[in-house]
Design a binder for this molecule. Structure first.
Ligand SMILES: *Cc1c(COP(=O)(O)O)cnc(C)c1O
Length: 392
């Protein structure tokens, strides 16, 4: 096992080492977190709507915990399929305006399971280079050919679709909003290409669900493209503030997944209390539009503040705002200095992002106030100047 020590040293030398750091929530303040005895403004969580500490969600989970117990005891296909699942799936299908829905333990398992159920050896998956790792892993597990196209490059995708036009099954898959860049996929063009080449289209709304659309349905609904998408995927771990994931689509699709999606078949069902919490969160996501409005106002003012300071940040209007630091060491030092200034913001490095684009990934929450963001932006500017990320 000696090789591990050497490899770990190499990682640390390249400023690529990772370690787990403990943190805890601040009751009723989802915009903050504790690290030890220090309270930090949390600018790196995916709790976009500030629901993770919501009393009504916690209460729904507590009630279900008391009536349903701690664990589900089995896979859903065996004896783990409790009532809260079907309640949630009915509500999800209605929300997404689809025939049916299926809940998965988490987004990673939904993506890796669904792709493997839809394609196999001899088929081909067209996947954006910046898609989430769970999509990439799903393609690898499926044994289908992996045709990765340059980020949002529709000409490149078209060329690949042309090259593989005679394959049995073709699946185009994309993040709706890209997790480390915050920009949007060109969903209209993707839908047109899907039709032209007779492919299936799958959209991952992990970072757009709860945020876009009149009732938080996601970017596909916001753009009126929901019927063009064959496989809608989203998570409950981000905007919903809880845990889990869904697939929505036709009744036939869901029946097929129940038969073929391995993470659903070979893994124990989520605790029913979790599912009950998600059902409550879904109601809040749909009804409390003010959370979306607040989130967009916060994101737009924070983007303006960073740009006015002269930082290079990602495009788009989402609450994910990457500040490109360049090399890994600078990104780490930036994140460390922010921590000392009372701001939690993670340095994101390869292989999560391409080499040379290490960054601080800010992600905002509806829970953040203007004052908190203005103060944070002032600190970020000072640190940026000290580290030479900004000019003098
Ligand atoms: C977070 C994320 C996932 C995984 O979801 P989990 O529920 O956290 O496992 C999948 N896709 C994208 C784009 C994500 O950002």
């Amino acid at each position: 096992m000696n090789w591990i020590e050497k490899e770990l040293e190499l990682l640390d030398d390249a400023s690529l080492g990772r370690s787990l750091r403990e943190c805890s929530p601040v009751a009723e303040s989802p915009g903050y977190m504790m690290r030890g005895d220090r309270k930090l403004l949390n600018l790196s969580s995916n709790d976009y709507l500030g629901l993770s500490q919501h009393p009504a969600i916690i209460e729904a989970m507590r009630e279900a915990l008391l009536s349903e117990g701690a664990g589900s005891g089995a896979s859903r296909l065996v004896t783990g399929n409790r009532m809260p699942y079907s309640h949630l799936e009915e509500a999800l299908a209605e929300w997404q305006n689809c025939e049916a829905a299926l809940v998965f333990a988490n987004g990673y398992m939904a993506n890796s399971g669904v792709i493997g159920a839809l394609v196999s050896r001899g088929d081909v998956v067209f996947s954006d280079r910046l898609n989430h790792a769970s999509i990439t892993d799903g393609v690898v597990l499926s044994r289908a050919e992996h045709a990765r196209y340059r980020h949002n490059d529709m000409e490149h995708l078209r060329a690949l679709l042309n090259k593989h036009r005679d394959r049995r099954r073709k699946l185009i898959v994309t993040d709706a909003v890209f997790s480390m860049d915050g920009d949007q996929a060109p969903l209209r063009e993707l839908a047109a290409l899907k039709r032209e080449f007779g492919a299936m289209l799958m959209v991952d709304e992990a970072h757009s669900g709860g945020i876009y659309g009149k009732r938080g349905e996601g970017l596909c609904h916001e753009l009126g493209l929901q019927d063009e998408v064959d496989i809608h995927m989203g998570t409950f771990s981000k905007s919903f503030g809880v845990y889990g994931a869904y697939i929505c689509g036709s009744r036939m699709l869901i029946r097929w997944l129940v038969n073929k999606a391995r993470p659903l078949i070979y893994s124990t069902a989520l605790p029913p209390s979790n599912t009950a919490g998600v059902l409550k969160a879904l109601a809040l996501v749909q009804e409390e539009h003010w959370r979306r409005e607040r989130l967009f106002a916060a994101s737009s003012s924070f983007r303006c503040l960073l740009e006015a300071s002269g930082f290079k940040i990602g495009s788009g209007d989402s609450p994910i705002i990457p500040l490109i630091a360049g090399d890994n060491e600078t990104a780490l030092r930036f994140s460390g200095a922010l921590g000392s200034a009372g701001i939690a913001a993670a340095a994101i490095r390869p292989p999560t992002v391409p080499a040379g684009t290490a960054r601080i990934r800010f992600s905002l929450s509806a829970a953040h106030t203007d004052k908190e963001l203005t103060d944070a932006a002032a600190q970020i500017r000072i640190i940026g100047q000290q580290l030479g990320v900004l000019g003098p």
